[in-house]
Design a protein around this ligand. Structure first.
Ligand SMILES: Nc1nc2c(c(=O)[nH]1)N[C@H]1C(S)=C(S)[C@@H](COP(=O)(O)O)O[C@H]1N2
Ligand SMILES: [Mo]
Length: 578
């Protein structure tokens, strides 16, 4: 017989509002698809369709070829090319060819990047706009693939998300950012490990000599080679032993600039990191980081396009022999290995989205196991970054579904005069606090940046009661490991909205129960009467329209057991400081 342990608490009645959740995406009940527009770039008040880039690139390429060919007939240019033919000095040649480790890491890199890029595009589609400024005011974005924000109705950030095809995004379902993030971050981790091994092996062997420029002569040489490629008289190939200067320069930038920049600008979009780093986050604000992160994506895409094209038009068989078989001969070995590798890549490519839709909970669990603990380390710090009145955003996006119960509506009518928040569960002194009592407690004000998982941010001044103060009054017991916040509202698929936080989040200096925003009483849209501010987590964990708060030892019995509404229904992680 199993002995059930006596748990000394009563369940919060709000528990009964919670709902179970599917372990997969059911497209029929999911947020209905919505198409955006072809990506556009803003030029003043005009929006330019990026598809114009295709004819423009064609024209530029043709003109470039014509000019380069003309230039090569000029004696001065011929002399220049003779003087700087574009090959790195022979002393730096690498005679060991392409060792197995190098070929393997190259393959893993391309395999991992496929998932990273696709999941990244999926994440972008959840807030299909890019800005430079922290506040995300509609109209200030420089890039978007969505229409104008409608002015005549409440338009939440979820409303703004768009659908992208399944072959492109992972999993290609609208507002599937929770799952896309698990793909993105899990493969980020593998990619970073792969890259770290690459760096180490590069510098403990002589292979670094292929990639690292050691002379300024690389610049005139690279220029000369650009001319040679453009004029369609390709430079002599010595790739087996050394890359030409243009290759070296571009590979160097890709490996030692673009890749680290991707990691840094990725991390700088995290609330816990940005809200710890103070002035660094003020300079590299979330939207600038997101824009640069996207710029790095464009660099990688352009690199892949040109790199693969050149691999195939400058002697495909030989190039594939180098990088896929490690041989310098005339065989078909490289082509064979490459073909097998591509079968794996293409198979994985098309399996990823259907698998994710069908096994969403599994993807969430694998992601949580692989990268969850590492991501959660960002929670260690007590967030401190604050802004000035001057930084307050003129616009603050909305999210969530308004409560519509009679009980809530009558609270609104009475100006929350009868509102009482119950704080119970594993506490020595369970209490109810009236609206007036909350306001009579010491007020804490903070100007902080909000980070929505979907990608937007905004700065606001929040006023409310410090959670530390509440803890001091109710005194959680030693068993209390989590705080559960139940909302008056329902989530988008029905069932009560709630979220679970670790205790240490509750002890952070900037964790408050807010009843004011920007110096005015909190509006109903933004969560009145009471919402949580917890500055080292993403926005979805800051429950609006708080009904009750319960301290618990475990959350497996709540909803679908994942630690919150979006965790249950949208496969987010319950600790999301990144
Ligand atoms: N009850 C409830 N609280 C919620 C949500 C919700 O859907 N329901 N959405 C969350 C999300 S995803 C975000 S980004 C913030 C948005 O807060 P805002 O609408 O004030 O901008 O609220 C969070 N709190
Ligand atoms: Mo959000």
């Amino acid at each position: 017989m199993m002995e059930t342990r006596e748990v000394p608490r009563q369940h919060d009645p709000f528990e009964t509002h919670l709902s179970a959740a599917d372990d997969r995406i059911r497209v029929s009940t999911w947020l209905p698809p919505q198409s955006g527009v072809v990506p556009r770039i803003r030029w003043g008040r005009r929006w330019i369709n990026v598809l114009w880039a295709i004819p423009l690139a064609m024209v530029l390429l043709i003109v470039g070829i014509a000019i380069a060919q003309q230039l090569r007939t000029m004696p001065g240019v011929q002399e220049f090319i003779l003087r700087y033919p574009g090959i790195t000095p022979a002393s730096r040649a690498v005679y060991s060819g392409f060792p197995l480790w190098l070929r393997l890491l190259h393959f893993f890199n391309l395999f991992f990047m496929m998932f990273i890029i696709r999941a990244g595009i999926q994440i972008l589609a959840d807030h299909p706009r890019l800005y430079w400024r922290r506040d995300c005011t509609p109209g200030t974005e420089w890039f978007r693939f969505q229409h104008d924000v409608p002015q005549d109705r409440v338009w939440t950030s979820k409303d703004d998300s768009v659908t992208i095809p399944k072959w492109l995004g992972i999993p290609g379902v609208r507002h599937s950012i929770g799952l896309a993030r698990w793909w993105h971050f899990s493969f980020d981790l593998l990619w970073v490990i792969n890259g770290a091994i690459f760096y180490v092996l590069l510098f403990t062997t002589n292979q670094w000599q292929r990639l690292v420029p050691t002379t300024w002569a690389i610049f005139p040489n690279a220029l000369s080679e650009t001319l040679q490629y453009l004029s369609l008289q390709f430079p002599v190939d010595h790739s087996w032993t050394s890359y030409n200067s243009l290759q070296q320069l571009v590979y160097f930038i890709t490996v030692f600039v673009a890749a680290p920049l991707a990691v840094i600008t990725g991390l700088m979009q995290s609330p816990a990191i940005a809200n710890r780093l103070g002035w660094i986050a003020r300079i590299l604000n979330r939207q600038a980081a997101r824009t640069i992160h996207f710029g790095v994506l464009c660099w990688f895409l352009l690199f892949i396009l040109i790199h693969v094209t050149l691999v195939f038009i400058t002697g495909a068989r030989q190039n594939l022999n180098y990088m896929f078989a490690g041989v310098n001969d005339n065989s078909w070995k490289g082509f064979l290995v490459f073909s097998l590798a591509m079968i794996v890549v293409i198979g994985a490519w098309f399996a990823a989205s259907p698998f994710t839709i069908k096994h969403a909970r599994l993807v969430q669990k694998i992601g949580q196991t692989l990268v969850g603990p590492l991501m959660a380390t960002a929670e260690w710090g007590d967030p401190k970054t604050q802004y000035t009145e001057h930084d307050i955003s003129p616009y603050f996006w909305l999210n969530g579904t308004l409560p519509n119960s009679d009980a809530f509506n009558s609270l609104v009518k009475s100006g929350f005069a009868n509102y009482r928040v119950r704080v119970s569960g594993l506490v020595e002194n369970p209490r109810e606090f009236s609206y007036a009592e909350l306001k009579a407690m010491p007020k804490q004000e903070q100007i902080t940046e909000h980070f929505c998982i979907q990608g937007w941010s905004g700065v606001a001044k929040w006023g409310g009661v410090s959670m530390r103060h509440i803890l001091a009054v109710v005194r959680p017991t030693a068993d209390a490991r989590y705080a559960v916040f139940y909302s008056f509202s329902e989530g988008s698929a029905g069932g009560g909205y709630y979220d679970v936080h670790k205790m240490h989040n509750m002890r952070h200096g900037l964790t408050i129960l807010a009843y004011e925003m920007n110096g005015a009483p909190l509006s109903v849209l933004h969560g009145a009467p009471l919402r949580l501010r917890c500055e080292n987590e993403l926005g979805f964990k800051m429950v609006k329209w708080i009904a009750t708060i319960e301290f618990v030892q475990d959350f497996a019995h709540l909803g679908a057991g994942q630690g919150g509404y979006n965790e249950d229904h949208e496969f987010y992680g319950y600790r999301m400081p990144i």
